[in-house]
Design a protein around this ligand. Structure first.
Ligand code: PLP
Length: 374
């Protein structure tokens, strides 16, 4: 028996998380998460799961019965949409204009999808006409788009895309990881069949409990599937029995995270979803104005800029990594760097959930001013 040397108690810095995620959880959410847990089949916990479902329908503006939280991060919920909708040989058309479009491509291929991509430079979005052309060319079973491309800061408009998909008889799958809670979404009105999100961005919770929803039409396709979903953990026919009236044991839910998610959703309902969207928009506009006063230029055209995530061009001659390093080390502020096509070219600034506040912008701008002047 070897003894372990003394280990100090947990001590972590208090950062302001203004990167592409996670964002800081709301203090009330952190408090809710420290509530002593009940059992995962306790009637009070089952009632809490029902509340989460109903609140998720509200923030997504959907009536989909199959609306749940996946135990895992946004990527798990992403994989759940693919695993439950893609059958081997299905043609899947993916709009790629950033990092997460590519992740969808990789996942759809792994589940046997016959993937066709349409692409745009990072920071651009697809027009309805371009999407129509893609559907005409490929006749896909599924069209997958990223509503809020966190790698570029662009918002893909979705108005009319659902009707287009109906016309061509395909399902519409949408990544709403960086839009849910911060950007207007009308899932049913827009005719979206499958969507997923995460807890640690616009919802203002900690990572680990991720919203998932599927329309009755997508559910129908799942029911008619000739083979089993090739992922046991994310199989909605099984998960549906845990979240539905059967309450059949599937996995042990991360109880305390669900407490946090419920509180985060409750706070949004209390604020009012539209007010919450408006707050995100106003604080983003304030950020853009302040950045421009420092001579810094957002990468995305104003019309398609996300309120939750702004990509800012790094000025010539400035070492982007050195600046973000100083913000972190000296000011306790985290911002992100560029990915893929935008690596080294932009910083990524997130104003998500609880962090979408004027004080966050003021703290960042005053720190950035000092660091850039040096
Ligand atoms: C963050 C993100 C994901 C992945 O979510 P994780 O919680 O990191 O697993 C997927 N899509 C988009 C657009 C994201 O921003």
């Amino acid at each position: 028996m070897k003894n372990y040397p003394p280990v100090s108690a947990l001590q972590m810095p208090d950062r302001l998380l203004l990167g592409p995620g996670p964002s800081n959880a709301h203090p009330a959410v952190l408090q809710a998460m420290s509530t002593p847990p009940v059992g995962h089949l306790d009637p009070t916990f089952l009632a809490l799961m029902d509340e989460i479902q109903s609140l998720l329908r509200y923030v997504w503006q959907t009536q989909n019965p199959m609306t749940i939280a996946v135990s895992g991060t946004g990527t798990a919920a992403m994989e759940a949409t693919i695993a439950n909708s893609v059958q081997p040989g299905d043609i899947v058309c993916v709009g790629v204009a950033g990092y997460f479009g590519n992740r969808l491509v990789d996942m759809a291929r792994r589940y046997g999808g016959d993937v066709r991509t349409i692409s745009k430079p990072w920071g651009d979005v697809f027009s309805l006409e371009e999407l129509r052309q893609a559907l005409e060319t490929y006749c896909p079973a599924i069209l997958a788009l990223v509503h809020a491309e966190t790698s570029t800061g662009a918002r893909q408009p979705l108005e009319g895309v659902g009707e287009l998909c109906r016309e061509f008889g395909c399902l519409l799958l949408v990544d709403t990881v960086t839009s849910l809670g911060g950007v207007p979404i009308f899932l049913d009105e827009w005719g979206v069949d499958l969507a997923y999100s995460c807890s640690q961005k616009g919802l203002g919770c900690s990572p680990g409990a991720s919203p998932f929803t599927m329309s009755p039409k997508a559910w129908e396709k799942l029911q008619q599937r000739p083979n089993k979903v090739p992922n046991w953990y994310l199989d909605m026919t099984l998960l549906g029995k845990y979240w539905g009236s059967e309450r059949m044991y599937h996995h042990t839910a991360p109880i305390n995270l669900y407490y946090g998610l419920r509180e985060a959703l409750r706070l949004i309902a209390e604020e009012g979803l539209e007010n919450c969207w408006q707050r995100h928009q106003q604080n983003a506009e304030y950020l853009w104005e302040q950045l421009e006063m420092l001579g810094l230029i957002p990468h995305v055209a104003r019309e398609f800029r996300l309120p939750t995530l702004t990509t800012v061009r790094i000025p010539d001659g400035v070492d982007g990594k050195a600046i973000s390093g100083k913000l972190l080390q000296e000011y306790n502020i985290e911002i992100g760097g560029g990915l893929g096509e935008l690596a080294g070219q932009v910083w990524r600034v997130g104003l998500m959930g609880y962090n979408s506040r004027k004080e966050s912008v003021d703290r960042l701008i005053s720190a950035l001013k000092e660091v850039l002047l040096r």
